[in-house]
Design a protein. Structure first.
Length: 381
């Protein structure tokens, strides 16, 4: 049998999300029925060389680097930025200068100015880029887009998208970089809202104005596990944005890290002139739809041709028999899709230029919430 082409990646940052990316990438030949290539993690950039020895060995013993320049000199087809948000800009700029393609976790940067810099640097260097907005790869989401574009349920009127987490309800949970605006750029809105904003751009289109509100319910946290000393929290726990589109579509995007009883809950509802759609991340392959003609909800929508970056979603999403769970499956699809783009020498639809449009909406919402719900026009950002 012919050997699969190998796309060589290097991961920057090896915390939870770096390990998730590594597992997803290295699972491609196990989870896809007919992969066209495989991705191998060949290098890791870490703040310390020690730790995780068994896991690193299972990955094929990628070379460990603690210096950015040495890491970027390695033989890599792309770099995968999984570091805290405040490191995205310098690492992306260095990668662009080194001529490396860049895969980056979301939010792409700390703010709009940073993502503009990253987008410009990548364009000037001629390197391909991709942002990890993985919700776009869930089959139910791709089917929702195909159904909306088909016109079968008419024109979108209004929508609601939520992402609720509960893990930050624990007041004894210590602070981390995610709870420090100087390192994260924001709280629930930047972490969770970025996913939903990008998703609704994909499904509905670009909004014209944004109105938003936020709150921080737990205002202090321990400096470390079990510590008596506490530090102020300067990012949001909850955020609500109202997006108004040019064609009179209005939607709400709500995110929370303190939603009791949810664990992790991501869903959306889109109401149209001829029907409606419902999606839940708990069933990523499914999409419910309501057809005004039959006046009934169906548990599955009609199967239409559904492409991501020109690739059928059926070729990107893990076969059900080999599923590793929703999160790994979605990261696998996103990473594999970008590797295909590199192999085919084509731009990703989720490149930094696309991420820039998402960051503009995030920024507009932050400006609105700071001004206690003042409407902000995207054209003014």
């Amino acid at each position: 049998m012919p050997t699969l082409p190998i796309v060589k990646s290097g991961i920057m940052g090896f915390g939870f999300i770096g390990k998730t990316h590594a597992q997803a990438a290295n699972s491609i030949p196990f989870c896809l029925l007919n992969p066209k290539l495989t991705v191998q993690t060949r290098a890791l950039l870490r703040t310390h060389a020690e730790g995780d020895e068994s896991l690193i060995s299972a990955l094929g013993s990628p070379k460990i680097f603690t210096q950015l320049d040495d890491f970027l000199a390695a033989d890599l087809d792309y770099v995968d930025i999984c570091s805290p948000n405040d490191a995205h800009l310098p690492q992306a700029l260095a990668a662009a200068r080194a001529g490396k393609a860049i895969y980056c976790e979301k939010p792409t940067g700390m703010n709009l100015a940073e993502v503009r810099q990253m987008t410009q640097a990548a364009a000037e260097a001629g390197v391909k880029t991709h942002s990890a907005y993985i919700l776009r790869y869930m089959p139910g989401v791709v089917q929702a887009r195909a159904l909306l574009q088909s016109g079968m349920i008419g024109k979108p009127l209004h929508y609601r998208a939520i992402m609720y987490h509960s893990s930050y309800l624990n007041t004894n949970r210590p602070t981390s970089w995610r709870l420090q605006k100087g390192r994260s750029g924001g709280g629930a809105w930047m972490d969770l809202g970025s996913h939903l904003v990008n998703l609704m751009q994909y499904l509905i289109g670009e909004p014209e104005t944004v109105t938003a509100w936020q709150n921080t319910y737990i205002k202090q946290r321990p400096t470390a596990t079990g510590a008596a000393e506490k530090i102020a929290v300067d990012v949001d726990d909850w955020f609500l944005a109202v997006l108004r589109h040019t064609d009179e579509v209005t939607g709400t995007v709500e995110v929370s890290r303190v939603a009791a009883g949810t664990g992790e809950d991501t869903s959306f509802e889109i109401y149209c002139s001829g029907g409606a759609l419902r999606f839940s991340e708990s069933k990523p392959e499914s999409l419910q739809w309501f057809d005004n003609k039959t006046n009934t909800w169906a548990l599955s929508a009609p199967k239409l041709e559904a492409l991501v970056n020109g690739h059928p979603i059926s070729e990107l999403w893990a076969n059900p028999k080999y599923s590793l769970g929703t999160m790994i499956n979605a990261h696998l699809a996103s990473i594999y899709d970008f590797a295909l783009c590199l192999q085919e020498n084509r731009e990703s639809e989720l490149n930094f230029a696309d991420a820039l449009t998402t960051q503009r909406i995030l920024e507009a919402a932050n400006l609105s919430s700071t001004a206690h719900g003042r409407e902000v026009r995207l054209a003014d950002i």
